[in-house]
Design a protein around this ligand. Structure first.
Ligand SMILES: [Cu+2]
Length: 152
């Protein structure tokens, strides 16, 4: 009986530890962030993503949602080691899971000259900031990119 109890307690403790590990890893990795693609944001900005800068952990997924029509996601600057990411279709939800730390720069293809750009910063890593600053952005997006990077 004593053996049974100690075995039971052992298994319970193990299950508890595994449960905590599971909770911890799902809290740190594999989180999901939703970002609306908007014609107009609450602050009055037009043709924008709901967040200009999204900060996530390695392993997190960002969903861009077609809250309003005519937008997409096209990456134009990524950290070294990231394979080219295909641009998303207009009016469609788009998901990407970030496995490589660093700054990612993306734009909306139709509104790329109207300041519809955004950054994703993975794992608080801003070491590729200078490379991102050299990415080719158009029109209003030039000033906006400078401002966003200046705040990092
Ligand atoms: Cu757009």
């Amino acid at each position: 009986m004593r053996d049974f109890i100690s075995q039971f307690l052992g298994i319970s403790a193990l299950a508890g530890v595994l449960g905590l590990v599971f909770l911890y890893t799902t809290a740190v990795y594999g989180a999901t962030v939703n970002v609306d693609m908007l014609n107009k944001r609450a602050d009055g900005a037009k043709m924008v993503y709901a967040e200009d800068i999204i900060k996530v952990n390695k392993g997190d997924t960002v969903n861009w949602l077609p809250a309003t029509k005519g937008h997409n996601v096209e990456f134009i600057g990524v950290p070294k080691g990231v394979k080219k990411i295909k641009k998303s279709k207009l009016n469609k939800k788009y998901s990407y899971t970030f496995d490589v730390p660093g700054i990612y720069l993306y734009q909306c293809t139709p509104h790329k000259a109207m300041g519809m750009i955004g950054l994703v910063i993975v794992g608080n890593d801003v070491s590729n900031k200078n490379a991102i600053a050299k990415a080719k952005v158009l029109g209003k997006s030039k000033k906006k990119l400078k401002k966003l990077l200046g705040g990092l």
